[in-house]
Write a protein that binds this ligand. Structure first.
Ligand code: PXL
Length: 275
């Protein structure tokens, strides 16, 4: 059977734990055919201090039309988009394609402090791209910035953030509460009902790329035909297992283990509550 097709439009993270690399590893684990449009290359350059190498609009458009013509796609996931120009280009390409399943991870800052979205591009993200999304998956700092700098301190704040972000136009909002203390609690809002997904907190520093991986797993499960609620549930379990088996390779923050669920045969129990 042919696997469903999923295109990620994101940045290349040279270290292999996040960005395009995390997306494609996750798609493969979940038996989805992965394709990519690279919007920028993130790689540390100790000589110049410059670590984001933006791609041209021509390169972005050429990758998109190659994937579309060579294979076609059942869904699109977006990650690092970097600039107003890229956001406008991606929004235009998505509208021309009329793709129905669009998973937007509003990536802003990397764990190693790379600036993955310019400050002046936040408005374009809100007005041009979020309205096209089936689901958006902000973490707490991203949700806060999208809400004009609102302070988020607890699960009640996350619930209100999810409700308010829904007004920007996505069909579903998942606010990830990984930065709170205690269990890892995420809040999903579908325009009517709030649902809480809770996993145990894993005590580790090896979480590089966890956000990309979670969002990529949601995208993969959505193109496989799962409902959004089920996709979030399966993906939270997938990423929790990947975090649990993450690696320390160097003194820098280590990657999650994308193959963990398959190789260890473990799925994490996730508690789901409708509130
Ligand atoms: O984890 C967020 C992220 C997304 N995309 C790219 C990155 C990172 C973090 O470093 O490099 C390309």
């Amino acid at each position: 059977m042919k696997p469903p097709r999923l295109l990620t439009i994101a940045g290349s993270a040279a270290g292999g734990s996040a960005g395009i690399q995390a997306d494609l590893k996750t798609f493969q684990e979940l038996n989805v055919y992965g394709m990519s449009v690279i919007t920028a290359i993130v790689a540390r350059n100790p000589d110049t201090g410059k670590n984001v190498h933006a791609q041209t609009m021509d390169a972005i458009e050429a990758q998109f039309s190659t994937a579309k013509k060579q294979v076609g796609f059942d869904g699109v996931k977006t990650g690092m988009l970097f600039s107003i120009e890229v956001i406008e280009k991606v929004a235009q390409l998505l509208q021309q394609t009329d793709v129905k399943k669009v998973i937007v991870d509003p990536v802003m800052v990397g764990k190693l402090d790379s600036k993955l979205l310019k400050d002046d591009a936040i408005e374009a993200l809100k007005t041009k791209l979020l309205p096209l999304a089936t689901i958006i998956t902000p973490n707490m700092p991203e949700a806060s910035i999208l809400l004009g700098g609102r302070v988020l301190n607890n699960v009640e704040d996350l619930k209100q953030a999810a409700i308010d972000l829904h007004d920007l136009g996505p069909k579903y909002v998942l606010v990830k509460g990984g930065r709170l203390e205690g269990p890892a609690v995420d809040v999903l809002y579908d325009g009517h009902q709030l649902t809480i997904f809770e996993a145990p907190r894993i005590d580790t520093i090896n979480t590089s790329g966890a956000g990309c991986t979670y969002s990529a797993a949601i995208a993969a499960n959505v193109v496989k035909g799962k409902s959004i609620h089920e996709a979030v549930l399966l993906s939270k379990s997938f990423v929790t297992t990947a975090i649990e088996h993450g690696f320390t390779y160097t003194e820098m923050v280590g990657p999650t283990y994308h193959a963990a669920e398959r190789l260890k045969g473990e799925a994490h129990a996730i508690t789901v509550r409708h509130v």
